[in-house]
Design a protein around this ligand. Structure first.
Ligand code: SF4
Ligand code: SF4
Length: 205
């Protein structure tokens, strides 16, 4: 199980550049979703005139479901410079996969909760690390896409684009760099060294 928590308001506001389309996922909200706080923040953004559209739906972690739900918002999404997603890490990654040339940002952090973990046949994974890095890595999770879970990749061991730990998988950090290049955001890698806060990560406690 997991819970999602809103990132700090200043953090979310600092992500917004240009027009934004907002996606809220209430798929697992019975566990915990910062519905009211997200709504308040979004009201402010709408008043500022920078929002092209908002959708509140469920299970955006299912790519087919996501595509179907977004069909009637094509114009609003095209008009936006970025998509801001309020969901767990899997939802944000699924949206990023759907829009490879668009900037996709996470409005929430995802934390693990003890209990049964839903089984979803997905390409992407979130280890619920409690400090979501997707805004720095173009919507590709460095914890799950890199064998060493590096937040300051890459390690230098990749050969022909394959991971040195598992040659059957693509180097996650090569994917991240490709994606950042594609969305014109390589500049985010110039930010100070990221230090991972292991205190928020249930898996490594
Ligand atoms: S960085 Fe990865 S593991 Fe951590 S919350 Fe985001 S998607 Fe999940
Ligand atoms: S080769 Fe790439 S994916 Fe593998 S551990 Fe190094 S940075 Fe991570």
């Amino acid at each position: 199980m997991l819970i999602t928590e809103l990132k700090a308001k200043e953090t979310i506001l600092s992500l917004i550049k240009g027009k934004v389309f907002i996606i809220n996922c209430h798929g697992c909200k019975e566990i915990s979703f910062p519905e009211k706080e997200a709504e308040e923040l979004q009201k402010e953004l709408i008043v500022s005139g920078n929002v092209t559209g908002v959708i509140t739906t469920d299970y955006i972690c299912n790519p087919d479901n996501l595509k179907l739900r977004l069909e009637k918002y094509t114009a609003e999404i095209e008009a936006a410079d970025m998509v801001l997603v309020f969901s767990c890490g899997v939802g944000v990654q699924t949206v990023a996969d759907l829009f490879p040339c668009k900037r996709v940002c996470a409005g929430c952090d995802t934390y693990a909760l003890p209990g049964f973990q839903g089984v979803t046949p997905l390409e992407v994974d979130c280890k619920q690390c409690g400090e979501c890095y997707l805004n720095l890595t173009g919507g590709i999770c460095p914890i799950t896409a890199c064998s060493k879970s590096l937040v300051n990749g890459q390690c230098g061991g990749a050969k022909n684009g394959k991971c040195e730990v598992d040659p059957n998988m693509e180097c996650g950090w090569e994917r991240i760099i490709r994606r950042l290049t594609q969305i014109g955001r390589l500049d985010v890698l110039k930010c100070p060294v990221q230090v991972r806060n292991y205190a928020t990560d249930d898996e490594v406690k």
